[in-house]
Design a binder for this molecule. Structure first.
Ligand code: ADP
Ligand code: MG
Length: 257
């Protein structure tokens, strides 16, 4: 039975998509079968794993809004062991179109049911909001992984995110847990980064991953080449740390079991 991890934070630009792509590729490189589910209309995870959005006439939008079987839109990627359910800009209508539909929060959960057996990990990249798409992701997921950018306002907005997680636990998905908190874009040259790490650890304690993602130019470049960091520049610090993170995610999962 695969584990479904939603990568969520309503703030934009904190490293959700970068983490979804590179954690997935890391897990896949360790002989796990992995499915990425792109639920952001920007489709950055889709292009980030080398899938051309312009070639898609159907995407997760058709699954969520039109009940198309997810099998019909799931495609393999150039990365070994890695498939994706892609998103295109068409998905931007879903947030509004889903509002009057029945079971609007559990559409993704229903769509992914048949995939849980087929994959070891299903990683959902969420959009930068706490709207229906993120609610669908949290309702489908076993756990939520929260990327937190190492910047001055790091903790701002997190109470809103945690509140949403609590509401989902209460009404939609009782067994939802926090997978972990991932510190991203650390600039090791500044004291601020270190202070933020301490602050976030005080708040989330052992939930914070040992692996801290540095600010790394190669990580920023890789998406424009449609490659995860481990193939784009396997020797980079970014590749090294995302592989460490994949190991942590695997061993945390074993500990819980
Ligand atoms: P989100 O999905 O939360 O909006 P992204 O993962 O798209 O955030 O990251 C925002 C931008 O920062 C992207 O251009 C991405 O390539 C870049 N980026 C993300 N993580 C890093 C990093 N560790 N070092 C350098 N650039 C990064
Ligand atoms: Mg994103």
């Amino acid at each position: 039975m695969g584990k479904i991890i939603a990568i969520a934070n309503q703030k934009g630009g904190v490293g959700k998509t970068t983490s979804a792509v590179n954690l997935s590729a890391g897990l896949a490189s360790m002989n796990n079968s992995v499915l990425v589910v792109d639920t952001d209309p920007q489709g950055n995870a889709t292009s980030g794993v080398g899938v051309n959005k312009a070639d898609m006439d159907q995407c997760i939008y058709n699954v969520l809004v039109e009940d198309l079987p997810a099998e019909n839109v799931c495609v393999s990627t150039p990365v070994q062991n890695l498939d994706i359910i892609p998103a295109t800009i068409q998905l931007s209508g879903a947030e509004i179109e889903l509002v009057p539909t029945i079971s609007r929060e559990i559409r993704l959960k229903q769509a992914l049911e048949s995939f849980k057996e087929a994959y070891d990990y299903i990683i959902i990249d969420c959009p930068p909001s706490l709207g229906l798409l993120t609610l669908n992701a949290m309702t489908s997921a076993d756990t939520v992984l929260i990327p937190v950018q190492c910047e001055f306002y790091a903790l701002e907005g997190l109470s809103q995110l945690l509140n949403t997680i609590r509401l989902v636990q209460k009404h939609l998905n009782k067994s939802l847990m926090i997978e972990g908190v991932l510190l991203t874009m650390l600039d090791a040259r500044t004291n601020l980064g270190i202070q933020v790490i301490e602050e976030v650890k005080k708040y989330f304690q052992e939930k914070v991953y040992q692996s801290v993602i540095p600010r790394n130019i190669r990580l920023g470049e890789a998406p424009s080449h449609g490659e995860p960091i481990i193939t784009y520049d396997p020797k980079s610090k970014g590749a090294e740390v995302y592989l460490e993170l994949a190991k942590e995610v695997i061993s945390n999962g074993e500990r819980v079991r």
